[in-house]
Design a protein around this ligand. Structure first.
Ligand code: ADP
Length: 405
């Protein structure tokens, strides 16, 4: 400006200066562009002023990003290695159930190859049970399937939904477990069956001996005890055989008139001869059930027997067959000793009997409620237990609409 003022060339000089500055900035922008295009990873070129700062900031960001990418890559690598090391098959499914990724075991037991990536899983695993399971969307429990590669291998297949519509398929080899379960069932069935005959013989002789005259009171008492224990063992064997039958035999469906069945159980049931008076039967519906009458009779009898057993002789036991909002329910309600909250989840376990001090000795096998639970499972129903200690219990067998006709 000073030179311009002195020489009188102010405007031309200003124009020259501005052009020089513009050319300099264009050159810098060009250099920066070239550096970015080359990846911006190498050390940045020498620059002055604001350009040095721009280069430095960009270089710093690139370096941080590179570090983050490396860390992420390492994590993915570790995840891949760990899933490869999993003893179970794992398959990542996309929103349309197409295979996105599978580990090596999935190749071995499900027969999925790397080339199957992108294919829908139902085109490769074609078991109807599996397709139904996948479409139903209820993944609380696993389903058992034979392996598509070797039908002697039994797989427990489970779907775990995650993210937005993605699903993880896990398949575990449970062949040994199933074999052992089968052995256990066979063993219990065989032992129970073999015990039946000697018990019947024993019971017969005991009855004959008790009928004999001139027996001392000591012997009479002893024979009575022996007969009671034999009967208890017979009950146990019968219950074990029924449980094995429930676990192994295929379901048989017939139409069961529950109201008539309940009338029969409550009025004619020989087990309740002395307690007939205490049962109050209410039949609010005449709904029929699709199921097995013999099994339902066992379950309902067990519940009513328990209600009578675990409540005072002069209290009322209510039995009600009614329609609720979604289910049709058989309710057995007593005003007896009740069950402590801690015991409620356990009473349906085999041989579980609550440790309660009672005035009278109540005999039982601890298998009654296990039978009830199994029978209900076979009828797509569930057992709900509500109980207050020393006040009473409510056992509700809830049958879904699909079973009611
Ligand atoms: P048990 O042959 O001993 O009756 P169950 O499997 O039928 O075997 O019942 C398991 C346990 O649950 C019983 O031992 C008893 O303690 C408890 N229980 C069952 N029903 C009732 C009930 N209505 N009231 C109180 N306790 C009950």
């Amino acid at each position: 400006m000073l030179i311009g003022a002195v020489t009188g060339l102010f405007f031309p000089l200003m124009f020259l200066l501005a052009s020089a500055l513009l050319i300099y900035q264009v050159i810098q922008i060009n250099r920066f562009d070239n550096w970015i295009r080359s990846g911006g990873k190498s050390k940045y070129p020498d620059a002055k002023g604001i350009w040095e700062d721009i280069y430095y900031q960009h270089y710093r960001l690139k370096k941080a990003e590179k570090k983050r990418k490396k860390k992420l890559g390492k994590m993915i690598d570790q995840f891949r290695k760990s899933t490869e090391a999993l003893p179970d098959a794992a398959v990542v499914l996309g929103v349309n159930d197409e295979i996105e990724w599978a580990n090596k075991i999935a190749n071995d037991v499900l027969g999925l190859k790397p080339a199957d990536k992108g294919q829908r899983i139902i085109n490769l695993i074609r078991f109807p049970d599996f397709i139904r399971y996948l479409n139903d969307g209820d993944f609380k429990e696993a389903i058992n399937l034979p392996s598509p590669v070797n039908k002697n291998i039994i797989l427990a297949v489970r779907i775990v939904p995650y993210g937005a519509g993605l699903r993880l398929l896990l398949a575990q080899d449970v062949t040994q477990l199933k074999k052992m379960e089968l052995m256990r069932k066979d063993f219990v069935a065989n032992v129970s069956h073999e015990l039946r005959t000697p018990l019947t013989v024993l019971k017969g002789y005991l009855e004959t001996l008790q009928d004999m005259d001139g027996m001392s009171s000591l012997l009479t008492n002893a024979f009575q005890q022996m007969q009671m224990q034999t009967e208890r063992m017979q009950h146990l064997v019968d219950d074990l055989l029924l449980l094995t039958h429930l676990e192994t035999k295929p379901k048989k469906a017939e139409v069961v008139d529950v109201a008539a069945l309940l009338r029969q159980i409550c009025q004619q049931g020989s087990a309740f001869k002395t307690s007939n008076r205490r049962i109050e039967l209410t039949l609010d519906t005449d709904a029929l059930l699709q199921g097995n009458e013999h099994e339902l009779r066992s379950a309902f009898t067990n519940l009513i027997e328990n209600a009578l057993k675990y409540s005072p002789d002069d209290s009322v036991v209510k039995v009600r067959w009614y329609k609720a909002k979604n289910d049709t329910i058989l309710l057995v309600e007593d005003q007896g000793e009740g069950i402590a909250a801690i015991n409620i989840p356990r009473v349906t376990e085999r041989f579980y009997r609550c440790d309660v001090k009672r005035d009278k000795n109540v005999s039982g096998t601890g298998l009654g409620l296990a039978i009830v639970k199994h029978v209900l499972m076979r009828h797509d129903a569930h057992l709900q237990i509500d109980s207050i200690l020393h006040k009473g219990s409510r056992f509700s067998c809830c049958f879904s609409a699909g079973r009611v006709c």
